[in-house]
Write a protein that binds this ligand. Structure first.
Ligand SMILES: Cc1cc2nc3c(=O)[nH]c(=O)nc-3n(C[C@H](O)[C@H](O)[C@H](O)COP(=O)(O)O)c2cc1C
Length: 387
């Protein structure tokens, strides 16, 4: 068996602070610190605790050149746990899984720090709503109580600011004023298929296909995209759309068409949505959830090992979400976007591998319910009129 180290790995010393038990027994309260090393790999979901000898070994191995296990400068007690954890890659059949994930990451030309930031920020089974409630971080007052005052809302330079003329308010301004994140969907009301189609047409549909070569196409859309690559895929969890079977779908931006995807578990869709949304029940009743999923290889085809490429992908997702907000608002619907998602649960629901495609945000659309039960940020009472 030959071994190499994985392609993207960062070694992190983490200081842990604990009460010093010895000191406490002697009547003193002192804090003891100890440093533990962790290896964070671009193809692994979890950091792996490593010893000093393992840290040294990782530092001596190449991600490209294979070494026979017998020739490693450390014995099996050192390298075997690294192999088991996936930090070392082996050339044999038994370790084909981690090898394939590592090769997929390498072949996509991720910038290493972006690969680590994306992979290690993914959540599984997190209930962010429960966490916020438990920590009194739900309301603005609660945030102030727990965290103190935030930095000021406006950064001001000293001196006199020159007033700008107010623009005459038109239809577009009124549309913008009505855009408010919806947290009160009507769980009993569906949207029409035509409405869903229009939202997709206005935001993620290809308005033109530019053929550069037989195998090289660029899409024109109504949203901007880094490098013009439009690498973000649109997946849907449809709960209540007239004439559509509730379920999971993928949108084809050139055909302007949907295909149903197999369900991988028997859980009710609302439960799947809630899990994807990390417990945010105020969003779960949207008629349709639109999951925005970068297909990294397309952007990194142009921006290889590029420090800005991942940022461009995140910005692309932001543009799409704003366009969806506006399209929904224009038709009188509510919309939300959230980045507080359980990426791993979402990947499992849609059978995404999490390496080549992984969700960044979820947008939901639907009709608002009759009552404001969860707070919305509508200080001018444009959406929820007084009385
Ligand atoms: C990137 C991003 C992530 C967001 N994530 C959440 C979220 O997890 N939960 C939530 O209730 N709202 C979320 N929102 C909505 C914001 O809370 C909302 O935009 C903000 O409070 C301002 O309100 P408005 O959109 O109604 O103007 C998110 C918005 C953005 C742009």
């Amino acid at each position: 068996m030959k071994l190499r180290r994985c392609t993207v790995v960062m070694l992190e010393p983490r200081e842990q602070v604990q009460f010093d038990l010895q000191a406490i027994l002697q009547g003193r309260t002192e804090l003891a610190t100890n440093t533990t090393w962790f290896a964070l790999a671009g193809h692994l979901n979890q950091p792996v605790e490593i010893s000093a000898a393992q840290r040294e070994l990782i530092g001596t191995l190449s991600p490209r050149h294979w070494v026979a296990a017998g020739e490693l400068p450390a014995d099996g007690t050192v390298w075997q746990p690294l192999l088991d954890a996936g930090l070392l890659i082996a050339d044999d059949e038994a370790h084909a899984g981690p090898r394939a994930r590592d090769e997929a990451l390498r072949d996509m030309h991720w910038w290493p720090l972006s690969a680590l930031a994306h992979r290690h920020a993914r959540w599984q089974g997190v209930d962010s709503a429960a966490d916020m409630r438990a920590n009194d971080l739900v309301t603005a007052k609660g945030l102030r109580r727990q965290l103190g005052a935030p930095p000021p809302a406006v950064h001001e330079y000293p001196g006199q600011y020159e007033p700008l003329p107010p623009a005459i308010s038109g239809d577009y301004d009124q549309l913008l004023e009505r855009r408010t994140t919806c947290r009160n969907f009507d769980a009993g009301r569906s949207i029409s298929r035509e409405l869903l189609a229009q939202l997709l047409q206005r935001t993620v549909k290809a308005q033109a296909v530019v053929q550069v070569e037989a195998d090289t196409e660029f899409l024109k859309k109504n949203v901007p995209s880094g490098g013009g690559l439009h690498a973000t895929e649109t997946y849907l969890l449809v709960q209540r759309v007239d004439g559509m079977e509730p379920g999971l779908y993928h949108y084809h931006p050139v055909q302007h068409a949907l295909i149903g995807l197999p369900r991988r578990c028997g859980r009710p869709l609302q439960e799947v949505a809630r899990a994807m949304l990390s417990g945010q029940d105020w969003f779960a009743d949207a008629a349709a959830h639109i999951v925005l999923v970068p297909r990294f290889a397309r952007t990194y085809w142009k921006y290889r090992n590029h420090a800005k490429a991942y940022r461009a992908l995140l910005l692309d997702v932001g543009h799409i979400s704003q366009a969806l907000y506006m399209a929904a608002t224009e038709r009188g619907m509510g919309a939300f976007v959230t980045a507080a998602i359980n990426e791993v649960d979402t990947e499992e629901a849609f059978a995404l591998d999490g390496v080549t495609q992984s969700p960044v945000a979820i947008v939901g659309v639907g009709w608002r319910g009759p009552a404001l039960e969860t707070a919305e940020f509508d200080p001018n009472h444009v959406v929820w009129t007084l009385g």
